[in-house]
Design a protein around this ligand. Structure first.
Ligand code: NCD
Length: 316
């Protein structure tokens, strides 16, 4: 086992063998999670603090369940009511928590780069649960595990990522991971929602679903992140659904056995038709949630093993 990282800040820092190490361990946690008694003592005696500076339902719940199943003492900081509102800086809050000797800090923050900054200031393992438009590494890893289990492999697949790419840290982490594992990645969306320079990321860019989805093995839909838009990105939700919303006719362009994914939360009738989201023969959206817990257990387990490593023996 060569996984030697101190933090999980982004896919950017993970070579293919580390991605495989996390996914292999996560597979064994899927088995544990399907048993009646879902408990292990892997993180017993360790303290995990979840700091979410942005609203989250599934990611925070998933990290909390993951820590509890591994026996950690898990604490959720309600950041909306915390001292930050009183003007304390992110770093002061982090240092205060650090003085309580946590072992794992799970952080979501609306600003890109905030989690990396925090990781430099504390002496415990930091996991990025989403920072601004930058990265969301555990989401890309859970998506990868879902794809690997559904397709039997994680290479030489055509993956179409559709919708609001510009505002999506999920897309960014997935593009990095899928590219690193030698898949063909296509981005599909209106030009206003495709970031400038996307063609330099080693992806193909399309502005129509028929061409972009042709023969795709995996169709990954993204939420329109209205809270990150300052207006003018799409003409109307109805028009958007008509052109880019995944419905049975558009899914027909993809491979016959293509799977449909969505990181949630979904806007039914905006980026995805409800009947497709609920079609157990095509949609793996519930599997993604299940894999999320297992991937987070694997990531925290691996980081906890590295806690005791000598300084200098471990890299970011
Ligand atoms: C995503 C996020 O927060 O980046 N959701 C998630 O983690 N489940 C995507 C989104 O909010 O659309």
């Amino acid at each position: 086992m060569t996984f030697r990282h101190r933090h999980l800040l982004g896919i950017e820092h993970l070579p293919p063998q580390d991605i495989t190490t996390i996914l292999d361990l996560a597979d064994s946690y899927v088995d544990l999670n399907r048993r009646d008694v879902k408990h292990s003592d892997t993180l017993a005696g360790l303290t995990q603090i979840n700091m979410f500076f942005e609203n989250s339902t599934r990611t925070q719940a998933s990290f909390e369940i993951a820590g509890k199943r591994l026996g950690a003492d898990v604490m959720n900081m309600a950041m909306q009511t915390a001292s930050l509102k009183k003007g304390e800086t992110l770093i002061d809050t982090a240092l205060t928590l650090n003085a309580m000797h946590p072992d794992l800090l799970v952080v979501r923050h609306p600003q890109s780069g905030a989690v990396n900054l925090l990781a430099e200031k504390v002496n415990c393992a930091v996991l990025n649960a989403g920072d601004g438009l930058h990265e969301h590494p555990t989401q890309a890893l859970l998506d990868a595990l879902t794809i690997r289990r559904a397709k039997g492999r994680l290479h030489r697949l055509t993956v179409a990522i559709c919708g609001d790419i510009a505002h999506s840290r999920v897309a960014r982490s997935n593009i990095l991971l899928l590219g690193r594992m030698e898949n063909r990645v296509r981005l599909i969306g209106p030009p206003t929602l495709i970031p400038a320079g996307a063609t330099e990321w080693g992806v193909e860019v399309y502005d129509d679903m028929a061409r972009g989805l042709a023969g795709a093995d995996v169709v990954m839909m993204l939420r329109l992140q209205k809270e990150r838009m300052d207006g003018g990105f799409i003409p109307s939700e109805r028009e958007y659904f008509h052109r880019f919303g995944l419905d049975p006719a558009k899914l027909g362009f993809a491979a016959e056995d293509a799977i449909v994914m969505h990181p949630g939360p979904m806007n039914r009738g905006v980026e995805i038709d409800g009947t497709i989201a609920d079609d157990i023969n095509r949609s793996v959206i519930q599997e993604q949630v299940e894999m999320g817990v297992a991937v987070r257990m694997a990531a925290m387990d691996l980081l906890a093993r590295n806690r005791a490593a000598k300084p200098g023996g471990v890299y970011v």
